[in-house]
Design a protein around this ligand. Structure first.
Ligand code: NAP
Length: 342
């Protein structure tokens, strides 16, 4: 059982939380709550955090079918909506998982998420990865889907046409991409009837992706930043010895001490002030993260200091999506500016 909450009197006034404007004219809160339990936080705990976060003033929630907790989170949304919060005041994202890229699967998958989340529509539906390669929850880094394939634009567009149909049907208000690269996005922008409104991508002080970040902004796409704290609880399959930890960076630690906040909150403040939309996961610290974006901004000098910390350190490398034996994870990310050939 979760605690009972007073949603009508949130700790942080949702109207004080900055918003980002999408090309449709709609706006979304500039911070959301992530809901991936990283294979070790239970669905019930995450669903409890969703309620607690709504009571704190969060109105944006980043969900996905593969997180395995949409049914539990749906019960939380139902309670939140019954408490008097309007559906229009929430921003709810979900994502199409990699084994559902087939033309016959997209609409059914979205309907499944809607039913689990107990909603009539989603504000945003993303194609979670540009590869149709399934891996089971809890798998290790060497797991490969036997029929794994590279990015094939023609196939991606077949999936995208169904995503567009979801907008036509009124089941989703916006569609977007995730884990994309500039060359892949260029093709999607060329061929889409309904353009992506958002690209969800890894963004934290040690992985700032300046080129992709600028590219999406220049194309009217909002950057949503995942792992904004450097994902200290991420699954084992997403850890390598070279990974760095932004919250242990001496510059971040010093700024945190100056502001008397946790280094994680510095990462969140920096993200919002830079212009991306962080979606920190938290079951214990969500209040501090939201409070951090409405008070005591970082100075321009502090923003410059953090901009200089980029180490191009990608944490979520995606090895499980590789399609050939012996491939390095870099093949997924088109590092030379062209889409990696099959
Ligand atoms: N599109 C994609 O492919 C993709 C990939 C990865 C993630 N995501 C999304 O992005 C979300 C965030 O990424 P993530 O969960 O990997 O990592 P993250 O948000 O960078 O880190 C979450 C961790 O940070 C801790 N934390 C949060 N706020 C804190 C604070 N103020 N002080 C100290 N610790 C704090 C949390 O602990 P507590 O729980 O104890 O507070 C949790 O262990 C996911 O939940 C998911 O919704 C999307």
């Amino acid at each position: 059982m979760h605690k009972s909450y007073d949603y009508a009197h949130p700790g942080v006034d949702p109207a004080a939380v900055p918003r980002r404007r999408l090309y449709t004219g709609a706006t979304m809160p500039a911070i959301g709550l992530g809901t991936f339990g990283s294979d070790h936080v239970t669905a019930e705990e995450v669903a409890g955090a969703v309620k607690g976060a709504a009571a704190c003033g969060y109105r944006h929630f980043d969900c996905a079918s593969v997180y395995g907790n949409e049914a539990e989170i749906g019960a939380s949304f139902e309670a939140i909506l019954h408490s008097g919060i309007d559906r229009e005041d929430l921003w709810i994202t979900s994502k199409l998982w990699n084994d559902k890229h087939g033309e016959e699967d997209v609409i059914a998958s979205c309907r499944r998420s809607l039913a689990d989340l107990r909603l009539d529509y989603l504000d945003l539906y993303l194609v979670h990865w540009p590869f149709p390669n399934f891996h089971p929850p809890g798998c290790d880094v060497s797991s490969r889907s036997p029929d794994a394939r590279p990015y094939i634009h023609e196939n991606y567009m077949k999936t995208w046409r169904k995503m567009e149909q979801l907008v036509d049907m009124g089941l989703v208000r916006h569609i977007g991409t995730s884990n994309m690269t500039i060359p892949k996005l260029e093709l999607v922008l060329r061929d889409a009837r309904i353009r992506p409104a958002v690209n969800e991508m890894e963004l934290h002080p040690h992985f700032q992706q300046p080129e992709l970040f600028q590219f999406v902004l220049d194309n009217g796409i909002q950057p949503v930043g995942y792992c904004p704290i450097g994902s200290p609880g991420r699954p084992e399959r997403d850890r390598t010895p070279d990974d760095t930890t932004p919250t242990e960076d001496p510059v971040i630690v010093e700024i945190a001490q100056r502001h008397r906040i946790h280094p994680a909150v510095v990462c969140i403040k920096w993200a919002v002030q830079r212009g991306q939309i962080p979606i920190p996961f938290s079951i214990h610290h969500f209040r501090a993260n939201l409070e951090g974006v409405v008070a005591d901004p970082l100075t321009s000098e502090e923003m410059r200091e953090i901009a200089a910390l980029d180490r191009n350190c990608r944490l979520i490398k995606g090895q499980v999506f590789l399609w050939k034996e012996g491939q390095a994870w870099e093949a997924l990310w088109d590092l030379d500016g062209t889409i990696t050939l099959p």
